[in-house]
Design a protein around this ligand. Sequence first.
Ligand SMILES: *[C@@H]1O[C@H](CO)[C@@H](O)[C@H](O)[C@H]1NC(C)=O
Ligand SMILES: *[C@@H]1O[C@H](CO)[C@@H](O)[C@H](O)[C@H]1NC(C)=O
Ligand SMILES: *[C@@H]1O[C@H](CO)[C@@H](O)[C@H](O)[C@H]1NC(C)=O
Ligand SMILES: *[C@@H]1O[C@H](CO)[C@@H](O)[C@H](O)[C@H]1NC(C)=O
Ligand SMILES: *[C@@H]1O[C@H](CO)[C@@H](O)[C@H](O)[C@H]1NC(C)=O
Ligand SMILES: *[C@@H]1O[C@H](CO)[C@@H](O)[C@H](O)[C@H]1NC(C)=O
Length: 634
Amino acid sequence: MKLKPGFIFVTSLLFLVTSRTELSEGHSFGVDYKNNCFLKDGAPFQYISGSIHYSRIPRVYWKDRLLKMYMAGLNAIQTYVPWNYHEPTPGIYNFSGDRDLEHFLDLANQTGLLVILRPGPYICAEWEMGGLPAWLLHKPNIILRSADPDYLQAVDSWLAVLLPKMKPWLYSNGGNIISVQVENEYGSYFACDYNYLRHLHTLFQLFLEDTFLFTTDGNTDSEMACGTLEGLYATIDFGTDTNITKAFQRQRRFEPSGPLVNSEFYTGWLDHWGDNHAQVGLEKVSQMLDDMLTLGASVNMYMFEGGTNFGYWNGADYDTGFRPVVTSYDYDAPLSEAGDPTDKLLAIKNVISKFRAVPEGPMPPATPKYAYGFVTLKKVGNITALLDTLSPQGPLRSQYPLTFEEIKQYYGYVLYRTKLPRTLEDKTPLISPLNGVHDRGYVLVNGVFQGLLERETILVLNVTGKEGDTLDILVENMGRVNFGPYINDLKGLVSNLYLGQDILSDWLIYSLDIDGAIATGWPHAQPQHTDPTASSQDCKGPVFYMGTLEPTGLAWDTFLKLRGWTKGQVWINGVNLGRYWPQKGPQQTMYVPGPLLSTSQPNNITVLELEEVPSDPRVLFMDRAQLNRSTERS
Ligand SMILES: *[C@@H]1O[C@H](CO)[C@@H](O)[C@H](O)[C@H]1NC(C)=O
Ligand SMILES: *[C@@H]1O[C@H](CO)[C@@H](O)[C@H](O)[C@H]1NC(C)=O
Ligand SMILES: *[C@@H]1O[C@H](CO)[C@@H](O)[C@H](O)[C@H]1NC(C)=O
Ligand SMILES: *[C@@H]1O[C@H](CO)[C@@H](O)[C@H](O)[C@H]1NC(C)=O
Ligand SMILES: *[C@@H]1O[C@H](CO)[C@@H](O)[C@H](O)[C@H]1NC(C)=O
Ligand SMILES: *[C@@H]1O[C@H](CO)[C@@H](O)[C@H](O)[C@H]1NC(C)=O
């Protein structure tokens, strides 16, 4: 049995301490253990906070969303810092543009919002690999989220960059960060490695001095036992299905005095592909918020503004199977994916107004939306015809397949090519016996689409062909697992494929830089290269389409619907909007932030359709979102 070291010791010790953080200039934040509350500048303090992830919102809209949160009566926000967003390759950091965390903190500070920072290093968040960089998997057996030296070394270098940047933003230093979470729901991870938590605790103390540090865990004893540590204040998270009294009793068992805190009160929930759209009623949310605030608890609403998993940033769950998260992170939150106030927001504001003075003045309105209408797309070419453009450096050769991580392409799509070793007169099974296609493989023989191999669901596909025919498998990373024990989620062909009895070998592996090609103007800069062929077989399998939305003089938000298209990825003016998969749903439209659009130049739309293009290859720009399959209209 694992005992939490020092638990009994620390709880008795804490009674002796009233305020943990006493600072100069009246800027202090800590805990009053006698009166079971937070103390801010020496006065009792209750936070009413909402989660917003800067990485899911274009920078130009940060201020708009923050102001709406402030006007709803919140006094704090909570944000994650996704490590993989800021350190794309080891030692190379990006804190600019949409990744400018300090600018986000500055805007929150200007708006009058305190910040509860969750720098991980693991964050879950339904984000690719829970925020961990995929390059950690260069050591495929690394024990992530543990005291494994390879993992700790990477964590140490990252936190030595991130945490010093946070220093001026700490409340005690005149900034707005009142508290910092260590790790994230660590108790729900199998490793239960206190040495890891202690290591993080030491690092956070080193860089953040006496800032109030806390942990957050799910509402069970085992999670609380593995996720909490002496010296880190234990908080809990739960949603509307939970009995508040029982949940806070559990927090009390681990934190006998101090403020009650729900660090993630779920205002809604996420969608995976194939789910029904999750919705949580506003009556339930506002009643429970009321009850928790009445108890004097500090509450963070997760999410308050969900935003979008642009590009390849969605994560995946692995529970009943591999379940990738959809592109929209609307979350049925009080502010919609596009940042619009909802009835839930107004209900929450009403509740908050019973507990603290909400700011006077009008709620900023929804940003304007525009239905730009249909755009007909034309074919650029199929994936085999475009390999030179998308993989300018050419293929790597390997006897057996290499993973995405081994070829250092972490996201998107990779093409694996070999030749049929013999003539297949009869249908012959192409098999992934170890379930090694992560996550979807689009199979072609001599460029002709054969069908799919898919993680866990399609492990065999019959093919025919002649000896020497080209076998191509375009493999899609659908998003790395972000929760649970299976986060070492390698992508690509992660084990051998068989053709009947034979192991396939002698692969050419094409790393595809689709985003790079699009960033340099392809395919719009060479429109003469569009492919007029439209043979019936060629409308199946991976293919690029393009089109232009003529400037209308407006750059308003809009929602892109790919009705009749099957599954793929969309870029507008070089920005990767994310994945679409209307057949699977529930998400039917993709959020297009207005500032992406040009009012003076043609707007360039690029689509990678993976399976089948509709006979009428149009896309539709609408003025409202459809996130729910069942509300689908024309
Ligand atoms: C850093 O991130 C921003 C925002 O995503 C991006 O525009 C920029 O190109 C990145 N910088 C580098 C050097 O990759
Ligand atoms: C945060 O805002 C306060 C109040 O406007 C200001 O005094 C302080 O300098 C700001 N802090 C930072 C780090 O910008
Ligand atoms: C919640 O649990 C408490 C303590 O077990 C119980 O008294 C109360 O009735 C429960 N509340 C609801 C709404 O079920
Ligand atoms: C492959 O073809 C064989 C022979 O026609 C057939 O028995 C089998 O069911 C097929 N398998 C799949 C997965 O289509
Ligand atoms: C669309 O592509 C064309 C051709 O490369 C380019 O001239 C134009 O600037 C692009 N439009 C936008 C809005 O970037
Ligand atoms: C793919 O495109 C090339 C170039 O246009 C064409 O020759 C080839 O037939 C296409 N493949 C299929 C399966 O249609």
